[in-house]
Design a binder for this molecule. Structure first.
Ligand SMILES: [Zn+2]
Length: 453
Protein backbone atom coordinates (compact mmCIF):
# COMPACT_ATOMS: atom_id res chain seq x y z
CA UNK A 1 0.00 0.00 0.00
CA UNK A 2 1.11 3.52 -0.71
CA UNK A 3 3.00 5.00 2.24
CA UNK A 4 4.44 8.45 2.78
CA UNK A 5 8.12 8.93 3.58
CA UNK A 6 7.53 9.39 7.30
CA UNK A 7 5.55 6.20 7.61
CA UNK A 8 8.23 4.39 5.63
CA UNK A 9 10.89 5.78 8.00
CA UNK A 10 8.96 4.35 10.95
CA UNK A 11 8.50 0.98 9.25
CA UNK A 12 12.20 0.87 8.35
CA UNK A 13 13.12 1.52 11.98
CA UNK A 14 10.76 -1.28 13.09
CA UNK A 15 12.30 -3.53 10.47
CA UNK A 16 15.85 -2.81 11.67
CA UNK A 17 14.92 -3.54 15.30
CA UNK A 18 13.08 -6.76 14.43
CA UNK A 19 16.03 -7.89 12.31
CA UNK A 20 18.41 -7.23 15.21
CA UNK A 21 16.21 -9.23 17.58
CA UNK A 22 16.00 -12.13 15.11
CA UNK A 23 19.80 -12.18 14.69
CA UNK A 24 20.20 -12.22 18.50
CA UNK A 25 17.87 -15.20 18.76
CA UNK A 26 20.69 -17.21 17.16
CA UNK A 27 18.55 -19.78 15.35
CA UNK A 28 21.60 -21.63 14.02
CA UNK A 29 20.75 -24.67 11.96
CA UNK A 30 23.64 -27.14 11.64
CA UNK A 31 21.52 -29.81 10.01
CA UNK A 32 20.84 -31.81 13.19
CA UNK A 33 17.25 -32.10 14.47
CA UNK A 34 18.19 -30.58 17.84
CA UNK A 35 19.70 -27.42 16.29
CA UNK A 36 17.84 -24.43 14.80
CA UNK A 37 15.71 -23.48 17.82
CA UNK A 38 13.48 -21.55 15.42
CA UNK A 39 10.74 -21.55 18.06
CA UNK A 40 12.55 -18.49 19.42
CA UNK A 41 11.98 -16.57 16.20
CA UNK A 42 8.47 -18.00 15.73
CA UNK A 43 7.52 -16.73 19.21
CA UNK A 44 9.14 -13.36 18.55
CA UNK A 45 7.16 -13.01 15.30
CA UNK A 46 3.96 -14.10 17.04
CA UNK A 47 4.49 -11.38 19.67
CA UNK A 48 5.13 -8.85 16.89
CA UNK A 49 2.01 -9.79 14.91
CA UNK A 50 -0.40 -10.43 17.78
CA UNK A 51 -3.28 -7.99 17.86
CA UNK A 52 -2.74 -6.75 14.28
CA UNK A 53 -5.98 -8.32 13.06
CA UNK A 54 -4.58 -11.40 11.32
CA UNK A 55 -5.24 -15.05 12.24
CA UNK A 56 -2.01 -16.44 13.67
CA UNK A 57 -0.99 -20.05 14.14
CA UNK A 58 2.22 -21.65 15.36
CA UNK A 59 3.04 -24.72 13.23
CA UNK A 60 5.04 -27.33 15.15
CA UNK A 61 7.04 -30.06 13.44
CA UNK A 62 9.55 -31.03 16.14
CA UNK A 63 9.99 -29.51 19.60
CA UNK A 64 12.05 -26.34 19.17
CA UNK A 65 11.46 -26.15 15.42
CA UNK A 66 8.20 -24.20 15.24
CA UNK A 67 7.17 -22.19 12.21
CA UNK A 68 4.50 -19.47 12.17
CA UNK A 69 1.73 -18.59 9.74
CA UNK A 70 -0.50 -15.50 9.82
CA UNK A 71 -3.37 -14.89 7.40
CA UNK A 72 -5.09 -11.64 6.65
CA UNK A 73 -8.33 -12.51 4.86
CA UNK A 74 -9.15 -10.70 1.63
CA UNK A 75 -12.55 -9.37 0.61
CA UNK A 76 -13.09 -11.88 -2.22
CA UNK A 77 -12.67 -15.57 -1.39
CA UNK A 78 -12.02 -16.34 -5.07
CA UNK A 79 -9.23 -13.79 -5.52
CA UNK A 80 -5.67 -15.16 -5.68
CA UNK A 81 -3.88 -15.33 -2.35
CA UNK A 82 -0.35 -14.01 -1.89
CA UNK A 83 2.15 -15.57 0.50
CA UNK A 84 5.16 -13.71 1.89
CA UNK A 85 7.56 -16.42 3.03
CA UNK A 86 10.82 -16.00 4.93
CA UNK A 87 12.91 -18.57 6.75
CA UNK A 88 13.77 -17.99 10.40
CA UNK A 89 16.94 -20.10 10.66
CA UNK A 90 20.52 -19.19 9.78
CA UNK A 91 23.68 -21.17 8.98
CA UNK A 92 26.58 -21.61 11.47
CA UNK A 93 29.49 -19.13 11.58
CA UNK A 94 33.25 -19.32 11.87
CA UNK A 95 33.56 -16.49 14.46
CA UNK A 96 37.31 -16.01 13.82
CA UNK A 97 36.49 -14.66 10.36
CA UNK A 98 34.17 -11.96 11.73
CA UNK A 99 35.04 -8.41 12.75
CA UNK A 100 32.09 -8.35 15.20
CA UNK A 101 30.09 -10.82 17.27
CA UNK A 102 27.91 -12.46 14.59
CA UNK A 103 24.97 -12.77 16.99
CA UNK A 104 25.06 -9.34 18.64
CA UNK A 105 22.88 -7.83 15.92
CA UNK A 106 24.88 -4.63 16.08
CA UNK A 107 23.99 -1.51 14.19
CA UNK A 108 27.19 0.06 12.91
CA UNK A 109 26.71 3.27 10.98
CA UNK A 110 23.97 2.62 8.47
CA UNK A 111 24.27 -1.17 8.57
CA UNK A 112 22.94 -4.05 10.66
CA UNK A 113 25.61 -6.72 11.13
CA UNK A 114 25.10 -10.37 11.97
CA UNK A 115 24.38 -13.88 10.75
CA UNK A 116 21.18 -13.77 8.74
CA UNK A 117 21.42 -10.08 7.78
CA UNK A 118 21.12 -11.02 4.08
CA UNK A 119 20.12 -14.70 4.31
CA UNK A 120 17.37 -13.99 4.94
CA UNK A 121 16.23 -12.52 8.24
CA UNK A 122 16.27 -9.09 6.57
CA UNK A 123 13.57 -10.26 4.19
CA UNK A 124 11.69 -12.28 6.85
CA UNK A 125 11.56 -9.21 9.12
CA UNK A 126 10.64 -6.77 6.31
CA UNK A 127 7.77 -9.05 5.30
CA UNK A 128 6.52 -9.17 8.91
CA UNK A 129 6.64 -5.38 9.22
CA UNK A 130 4.86 -4.80 5.88
CA UNK A 131 2.26 -7.47 6.71
CA UNK A 132 1.55 -5.93 10.11
CA UNK A 133 1.27 -2.47 8.61
CA UNK A 134 -1.35 -3.65 6.10
CA UNK A 135 -3.22 -5.65 8.75
CA UNK A 136 -3.43 -2.67 11.11
CA UNK A 137 -4.61 -0.32 8.38
CA UNK A 138 -8.12 -0.01 6.98
CA UNK A 139 -6.95 -1.37 3.62
CA UNK A 140 -8.20 -4.80 2.65
CA UNK A 141 -7.18 -6.36 -0.65
CA UNK A 142 -9.32 -8.82 -2.63
CA UNK A 143 -7.03 -11.78 -1.91
CA UNK A 144 -5.67 -13.12 1.39
CA UNK A 145 -2.17 -12.12 2.38
CA UNK A 146 -0.35 -14.93 4.15
CA UNK A 147 2.82 -14.45 6.19
CA UNK A 148 4.90 -17.62 6.64
CA UNK A 149 7.98 -17.59 8.89
CA UNK A 150 9.40 -21.03 8.31
CA UNK A 151 12.00 -23.16 10.09
CA UNK A 152 14.76 -25.34 8.65
CA UNK A 153 15.24 -23.86 5.19
CA UNK A 154 19.01 -24.10 5.58
CA UNK A 155 18.96 -27.89 5.94
CA UNK A 156 16.46 -28.79 3.25
CA UNK A 157 13.13 -27.93 4.87
CA UNK A 158 12.84 -31.36 6.54
CA UNK A 159 11.44 -29.77 9.72
CA UNK A 160 9.81 -26.87 7.91
CA UNK A 161 8.38 -26.31 4.46
CA UNK A 162 8.61 -29.90 3.23
CA UNK A 163 6.19 -31.51 5.74
CA UNK A 164 4.16 -28.35 6.33
CA UNK A 165 3.30 -27.82 2.66
CA UNK A 166 2.16 -31.45 2.46
CA UNK A 167 0.34 -31.74 5.78
CA UNK A 168 -0.81 -28.19 6.57
CA UNK A 169 -1.98 -26.85 3.23
CA UNK A 170 -5.17 -25.88 5.08
CA UNK A 171 -3.06 -23.26 6.87
CA UNK A 172 -0.66 -22.40 4.04
CA UNK A 173 -2.87 -22.40 0.94
CA UNK A 174 -1.97 -19.64 -1.49
CA UNK A 175 -1.68 -18.91 -5.22
CA UNK A 176 1.59 -16.97 -5.30
CA UNK A 177 4.72 -16.95 -3.18
CA UNK A 178 7.37 -14.30 -2.68
CA UNK A 179 10.56 -15.37 -0.90
CA UNK A 180 14.37 -15.16 -1.19
CA UNK A 181 16.28 -13.91 -3.07
CA UNK A 182 16.77 -11.11 -5.54
CA UNK A 183 16.72 -7.39 -6.03
CA UNK A 184 20.38 -6.46 -6.32
CA UNK A 185 20.48 -3.61 -8.86
CA UNK A 186 23.19 -3.17 -11.45
CA UNK A 187 23.43 0.51 -12.26
CA UNK A 188 25.36 1.38 -15.42
CA UNK A 189 25.26 3.92 -18.25
CA UNK A 190 22.78 1.61 -20.00
CA UNK A 191 20.31 1.87 -17.11
CA UNK A 192 19.45 -0.41 -14.22
CA UNK A 193 19.09 -4.18 -14.28
CA UNK A 194 17.47 -5.98 -11.37
CA UNK A 195 17.57 -9.76 -11.12
CA UNK A 196 14.81 -11.72 -9.41
CA UNK A 197 14.75 -15.49 -9.01
CA UNK A 198 12.32 -17.61 -10.98
CA UNK A 199 14.13 -20.95 -10.94
CA UNK A 200 16.50 -23.10 -8.95
CA UNK A 201 18.64 -26.08 -9.79
CA UNK A 202 17.59 -29.55 -8.73
CA UNK A 203 19.62 -31.73 -6.37
CA UNK A 204 20.12 -35.38 -7.23
CA UNK A 205 23.03 -36.59 -5.06
CA UNK A 206 24.18 -40.16 -5.72
CA UNK A 207 25.92 -42.80 -3.64
CA UNK A 208 28.43 -44.86 -5.61
CA UNK A 209 29.49 -48.18 -4.10
CA UNK A 210 32.74 -49.19 -5.77
CA UNK A 211 33.67 -52.86 -5.45
CA UNK A 212 37.01 -54.66 -5.64
CA UNK A 213 38.41 -58.01 -4.42
CA UNK A 214 39.70 -58.45 -0.87
CA UNK A 215 43.22 -59.83 -0.41
CA UNK A 216 46.31 -59.77 1.81
CA UNK A 217 47.92 -56.36 2.02
CA UNK A 218 51.39 -57.89 1.79
CA UNK A 219 50.77 -58.96 -1.83
CA UNK A 220 49.19 -56.06 -3.71
CA UNK A 221 50.52 -56.96 -7.16
CA UNK A 222 47.64 -57.24 -9.74
CA UNK A 223 44.94 -57.07 -7.08
CA UNK A 224 41.62 -55.30 -7.49
CA UNK A 225 41.88 -52.60 -4.81
CA UNK A 226 38.61 -50.69 -4.36
CA UNK A 227 40.43 -47.59 -3.07
CA UNK A 228 42.66 -47.42 -6.13
CA UNK A 229 39.59 -47.79 -8.32
CA UNK A 230 37.71 -45.14 -6.36
CA UNK A 231 40.62 -42.74 -6.83
CA UNK A 232 40.24 -43.13 -10.60
CA UNK A 233 36.46 -42.67 -10.37
CA UNK A 234 36.95 -39.44 -8.40
CA UNK A 235 39.55 -38.23 -10.89
CA UNK A 236 37.23 -38.87 -13.86
CA UNK A 237 34.26 -37.14 -12.21
CA UNK A 238 36.46 -34.12 -11.40
CA UNK A 239 37.67 -33.95 -15.01
CA UNK A 240 34.21 -34.38 -16.55
CA UNK A 241 32.78 -31.47 -18.50
CA UNK A 242 29.06 -31.93 -19.20
CA UNK A 243 29.05 -28.88 -21.46
CA UNK A 244 27.53 -25.44 -20.88
CA UNK A 245 23.87 -24.66 -21.45
CA UNK A 246 23.43 -21.03 -22.44
CA UNK A 247 19.72 -20.33 -22.01
CA UNK A 248 17.70 -17.17 -21.31
CA UNK A 249 18.20 -17.42 -17.54
CA UNK A 250 21.96 -17.62 -17.93
CA UNK A 251 21.99 -14.81 -20.45
CA UNK A 252 20.15 -12.48 -18.00
CA UNK A 253 22.55 -13.49 -15.26
CA UNK A 254 25.56 -12.57 -17.40
CA UNK A 255 24.03 -9.32 -18.63
CA UNK A 256 23.28 -8.23 -15.05
CA UNK A 257 26.97 -8.43 -14.22
CA UNK A 258 28.13 -5.70 -16.61
CA UNK A 259 31.19 -7.46 -18.04
CA UNK A 260 33.18 -5.92 -20.85
CA UNK A 261 31.87 -6.87 -24.30
CA UNK A 262 34.61 -9.45 -24.97
CA UNK A 263 34.06 -11.31 -21.67
CA UNK A 264 30.30 -11.24 -22.17
CA UNK A 265 30.63 -12.66 -25.68
CA UNK A 266 32.86 -15.49 -24.43
CA UNK A 267 30.54 -16.32 -21.53
CA UNK A 268 27.59 -16.64 -23.88
CA UNK A 269 29.47 -18.95 -26.23
CA UNK A 270 29.52 -22.61 -25.10
CA UNK A 271 32.78 -23.10 -27.02
CA UNK A 272 34.61 -20.26 -25.27
CA UNK A 273 32.99 -20.01 -21.84
CA UNK A 274 35.72 -22.09 -20.14
CA UNK A 275 38.31 -19.61 -21.35
CA UNK A 276 36.43 -16.71 -19.73
CA UNK A 277 35.78 -18.60 -16.47
CA UNK A 278 39.44 -19.58 -16.14
CA UNK A 279 40.50 -15.92 -16.14
CA UNK A 280 37.86 -14.76 -13.69
CA UNK A 281 37.95 -14.27 -9.91
CA UNK A 282 37.14 -17.77 -8.47
CA UNK A 283 34.00 -16.97 -6.42
CA UNK A 284 32.28 -15.39 -9.37
CA UNK A 285 33.52 -18.05 -11.80
CA UNK A 286 32.13 -20.79 -9.54
CA UNK A 287 28.69 -19.23 -9.45
CA UNK A 288 28.54 -18.58 -13.19
CA UNK A 289 29.80 -22.09 -13.93
CA UNK A 290 27.04 -23.60 -11.78
CA UNK A 291 24.37 -21.47 -13.43
CA UNK A 292 24.97 -23.14 -16.80
CA UNK A 293 26.33 -26.60 -15.97
CA UNK A 294 25.16 -29.76 -14.30
CA UNK A 295 27.63 -29.89 -11.40
CA UNK A 296 29.34 -32.81 -9.65
CA UNK A 297 31.15 -32.50 -6.35
CA UNK A 298 32.84 -35.51 -4.70
CA UNK A 299 32.02 -34.70 -1.09
CA UNK A 300 32.10 -37.84 1.07
CA UNK A 301 34.21 -41.00 0.76
CA UNK A 302 34.88 -43.99 2.97
CA UNK A 303 36.47 -47.40 2.55
CA UNK A 304 38.99 -49.92 3.85
CA UNK A 305 38.74 -51.75 7.15
CA UNK A 306 42.11 -53.06 8.25
CA UNK A 307 45.72 -52.09 7.53
CA UNK A 308 46.73 -55.54 6.23
CA UNK A 309 43.63 -56.09 4.07
CA UNK A 310 43.10 -54.95 0.50
CA UNK A 311 39.75 -53.14 0.52
CA UNK A 312 36.87 -54.55 -1.46
CA UNK A 313 34.45 -51.67 -0.98
CA UNK A 314 34.49 -47.87 -1.10
CA UNK A 315 31.43 -45.67 -0.76
CA UNK A 316 31.58 -42.33 -2.55
CA UNK A 317 28.86 -39.68 -2.25
CA UNK A 318 28.57 -37.10 -4.99
CA UNK A 319 26.58 -33.86 -4.68
CA UNK A 320 24.96 -33.40 -8.10
CA UNK A 321 22.98 -30.29 -9.06
CA UNK A 322 20.87 -30.47 -12.20
CA UNK A 323 19.60 -27.88 -14.66
CA UNK A 324 15.94 -27.26 -15.55
CA UNK A 325 14.54 -30.20 -17.50
CA UNK A 326 17.16 -32.73 -16.42
CA UNK A 327 16.02 -35.97 -14.80
CA UNK A 328 17.54 -38.80 -12.77
CA UNK A 329 18.08 -40.64 -16.06
CA UNK A 330 20.21 -37.77 -17.32
CA UNK A 331 22.23 -37.96 -14.10
CA UNK A 332 22.94 -41.67 -14.67
CA UNK A 333 23.99 -40.92 -18.25
CA UNK A 334 26.33 -38.14 -17.09
CA UNK A 335 27.96 -40.52 -14.61
CA UNK A 336 28.34 -43.19 -17.28
CA UNK A 337 29.90 -40.64 -19.66
CA UNK A 338 32.22 -39.40 -16.91
CA UNK A 339 33.34 -42.76 -15.53
CA UNK A 340 33.21 -44.95 -18.65
CA UNK A 341 31.46 -48.32 -19.12
CA UNK A 342 34.36 -50.49 -17.98
CA UNK A 343 34.84 -48.95 -14.54
CA UNK A 344 31.09 -48.55 -14.25
CA UNK A 345 30.85 -52.37 -14.27
CA UNK A 346 32.05 -52.48 -10.67
CA UNK A 347 29.95 -49.63 -9.36
CA UNK A 348 26.46 -49.65 -7.91
CA UNK A 349 24.61 -46.36 -7.89
CA UNK A 350 21.70 -45.23 -5.72
CA UNK A 351 20.04 -41.88 -5.14
CA UNK A 352 20.76 -40.37 -1.71
CA UNK A 353 17.58 -38.31 -1.32
CA UNK A 354 14.04 -39.66 -1.47
CA UNK A 355 12.71 -36.22 -2.30
CA UNK A 356 11.71 -35.35 -5.83
CA UNK A 357 14.91 -33.93 -7.24
CA UNK A 358 14.17 -31.90 -10.38
CA UNK A 359 14.91 -28.25 -10.87
CA UNK A 360 11.88 -25.97 -10.42
CA UNK A 361 10.90 -22.94 -12.43
CA UNK A 362 8.04 -20.41 -12.52
CA UNK A 363 7.10 -18.54 -15.67
CA UNK A 364 6.91 -14.76 -15.72
CA UNK A 365 3.50 -14.50 -17.43
CA UNK A 366 1.69 -13.88 -14.12
CA UNK A 367 0.08 -10.82 -12.53
CA UNK A 368 2.57 -11.13 -9.67
CA UNK A 369 5.56 -10.77 -12.00
CA UNK A 370 3.91 -7.71 -13.56
CA UNK A 371 3.31 -6.25 -10.09
CA UNK A 372 6.97 -6.80 -9.15
CA UNK A 373 8.26 -5.20 -12.33
CA UNK A 374 5.99 -2.15 -11.89
CA UNK A 375 6.81 -1.81 -8.19
CA UNK A 376 10.56 -1.89 -8.82
CA UNK A 377 10.08 1.07 -11.22
CA UNK A 378 8.97 3.13 -8.20
CA UNK A 379 12.54 2.91 -6.88
CA UNK A 380 14.55 2.40 -10.07
CA UNK A 381 12.62 4.07 -12.91
CA UNK A 382 13.16 2.32 -16.22
CA UNK A 383 14.83 -0.68 -14.58
CA UNK A 384 14.91 -3.87 -16.57
CA UNK A 385 13.75 -6.70 -14.30
CA UNK A 386 15.12 -10.06 -15.41
CA UNK A 387 14.40 -13.62 -14.28
CA UNK A 388 17.33 -15.71 -13.06
CA UNK A 389 18.17 -19.06 -11.47
CA UNK A 390 19.79 -19.82 -8.12
CA UNK A 391 22.21 -22.73 -7.83
CA UNK A 392 21.21 -23.82 -4.33
CA UNK A 393 17.83 -24.84 -2.97
CA UNK A 394 15.17 -22.62 -1.39
CA UNK A 395 11.74 -23.37 0.07
CA UNK A 396 10.19 -22.00 -3.14
CA UNK A 397 10.59 -25.45 -4.68
CA UNK A 398 7.92 -26.99 -2.43
CA UNK A 399 5.40 -24.41 -3.65
CA UNK A 400 6.45 -24.58 -7.32
CA UNK A 401 5.93 -28.35 -7.20
CA UNK A 402 2.37 -27.65 -6.05
CA UNK A 403 1.92 -25.44 -9.12
CA UNK A 404 2.21 -22.16 -7.19
CA UNK A 405 4.31 -19.54 -9.04
CA UNK A 406 7.10 -18.50 -6.66
CA UNK A 407 9.68 -15.79 -7.05
CA UNK A 408 12.76 -14.79 -5.10
CA UNK A 409 12.58 -11.05 -4.61
CA UNK A 410 13.64 -8.08 -2.52
CA UNK A 411 15.10 -4.73 -3.43
CA UNK A 412 18.53 -3.52 -2.43
CA UNK A 413 20.25 -0.18 -2.51
CA UNK A 414 22.68 0.45 -5.34
CA UNK A 415 25.53 0.36 -2.78
CA UNK A 416 25.53 -3.45 -2.92
CA UNK A 417 26.73 -5.05 -6.15
CA UNK A 418 25.46 -8.47 -7.16
CA UNK A 419 28.88 -10.00 -6.47
CA UNK A 420 29.11 -8.39 -3.03
CA UNK A 421 25.54 -9.45 -2.21
CA UNK A 422 26.19 -13.07 -3.15
CA UNK A 423 29.48 -13.21 -1.24
CA UNK A 424 27.63 -12.28 1.98
CA UNK A 425 25.44 -15.40 1.78
CA UNK A 426 26.84 -17.81 4.38
CA UNK A 427 29.99 -15.63 4.41
CA UNK A 428 31.88 -13.75 7.12
CA UNK A 429 30.77 -10.23 8.11
CA UNK A 430 27.23 -10.62 6.79
CA UNK A 431 25.42 -7.27 6.92
CA UNK A 432 22.72 -5.17 5.30
CA UNK A 433 22.32 -1.43 4.93
CA UNK A 434 19.25 0.35 6.28
CA UNK A 435 18.38 1.74 2.84
CA UNK A 436 17.98 -1.83 1.53
CA UNK A 437 15.63 -2.65 4.42
CA UNK A 438 13.60 0.40 3.46
CA UNK A 439 13.42 -0.50 -0.23
CA UNK A 440 12.49 -4.12 0.46
CA UNK A 441 9.70 -3.17 2.90
CA UNK A 442 8.37 -0.68 0.36
CA UNK A 443 8.49 -3.32 -2.36
CA UNK A 444 6.08 -5.64 -0.48
CA UNK A 445 3.66 -2.77 0.10
CA UNK A 446 3.84 -1.64 -3.53
CA UNK A 447 3.36 -5.18 -4.83
CA UNK A 448 0.18 -5.58 -2.76
CA UNK A 449 -1.19 -2.39 -4.31
CA UNK A 450 -0.58 -3.71 -7.82
CA UNK A 451 -1.33 -7.42 -7.65
CA UNK A 452 -5.10 -7.28 -7.56
CA UNK A 453 -5.87 -4.31 -9.81
ZN1 LIG B 1 18.18 -18.33 2.67
Amino acid sequence: MAVDDRTLDTLTEENAELLQAMIRNKCVNDGTPESGHETRNANLLRDELEGCGADIEILPVLPGRDSIVARLPGTDPDAPKLMLMGHTDVVPVSPEGWKVDPFAGERIGNEIWGRGAVDMLNVTSSMAVAFRHIAKSETRYPGDIVYFGVADEEAGGVYGASPLVEERWDALHCDYVLTEYGGSPLVSDDGVIVLLTTAEKGADAQRLTISGEPGHGSMPYRTDNAIAKAAEVVRRIEAYDPGARIDDLFTSRVKAQNFDAETEAKLLDPGRINEALAEMEPTLARNLHSCCHTSFSNNIIGGGTKINTIPDKVVLEVDIRILPGETSEDVRQHLLDAIGPELMGSIEIEAIFDEESGSTQSGTDTPLWGALVDSIQMTYPGAKVLPSMVTGGTDARFFRRKGVPSYGAGLLSSDISLGEFMSRFHGHNERIDIESLRLTTKLWLDVCDRLWV
